[in-house]
Design a protein around this ligand. Structure first.
Ligand code: CDP
Ligand code: CDP
Length: 221
């Protein structure tokens, strides 16, 4: 069983995907974390995003792995835990530019398909239902209003000690969604066969329950 969860920034994809995978004992893969990992490395080395040769060289030296620590999935870059750093505002504001680079996408899509292998998997991102797992049995497109998404993200930032206003988060989210929706390769778009779910007024557990119902229906059909 392959479950593809796509949608715009902060719609709750990774939170519900993780919970769903735990409950069903499926593998979970956070593809956004991988784009964030590459972005962190590129920012660290001040990589010129127009230099194809340099990008190709850098990608060869990036080894992304996931490790479960106290039931949380951590992203390791070349063996070092970077789970916290990849969530910074600096990475968040650069990730869409890095994710629009063809080589980066080819590299990560290949990795994502390899990691998922033949497991039952819940994968979340922007292009899972359209590109990474086009034959996924279940495809869901999660939505929520920009205001609700910004409020959810504000709480995340407050917990990690980063200072930013709600207005600024709303702007950043709109900006990132626009870039993700308008890039040339694998833009953020609902797959034709995806089920749309607006989570604006839904709690995390309610979304997870909805997804379980969708999966049950597919299993019975
Ligand atoms: O959690 P949040 O919505 O902030 O984003 P994320 O899932 O961590 O993804 C960060 C960024 O990576 C997105 O804004 C996209 O630019 C890119 N991304 C992508 O292009 N394709 C994916 N499958 C996943 C993420
Ligand atoms: O992965 P994505 O960017 O779509 O969103 P996320 O990182 O899973 O969720 C962003 C924040 O919204 C997290 O703090 C979630 O706990 C919260 N959330 C929520 O309050 N209600 C939901 N229905 C879904 C997520």
């Amino acid at each position: 069983m392959q479950v593809a969860i796509d949608g715009p920034a902060s719609a709750g994809k990774s939170t519900v995907a993780k919970k769903l995978a735990q409950d069903l004992n499926y593998m979970y893969l956070d593809t956004g974390a991988m784009y964030r990992g590459v972005t962190l490395e590129f920012l660290k080395d001040d990589v010129d995003l127009t230099n194809d040769e340099l990008i190709s060289q850098k990608l060869k030296n990036i080894n992304l792995t996931f490790e479960t620590i106290e039931s949380e999935q951590h992203l390791l870059i070349n063996g070092e835990d970077k789970s916290q750093e990849i969530r910074s505002i600096a990475v968040t504001n650069s990730v869409s530019d890095v994710a629009s680079i063809k080589q980066v996408r080819s590299f990560l899509v290949a990795e994502q398909r390899r990691i998922a292998g033949k497991h039952d998997v819940v994968m979340d991102g922007r292009d899972i239902g359209t590109t990474v797992l086009p034959n996924a049995e279940v495809k869901v497109f999660l939505l929520a209003s920009v205001h609700e998404r910004a409020q959810r993200r504000l709480l995340d930032y407050q917990q990690s000690g980063e200072t930013i206003s709600l207005n600024q988060i709303e702007e950043d989210i709109k900006n990132r969604d626009y870039k993700d929706q308008h890039r040339a390769i694998s833009p953020l778009v609902k797959a034709k066969d995806a089920i749309e779910l607006d989570t604006t007024s839904l709690a995390i557990d309610e979304v997870v329950e909805e997804l379980k119902k969708i999966i049950e229906k597919v299993k019975k059909s």
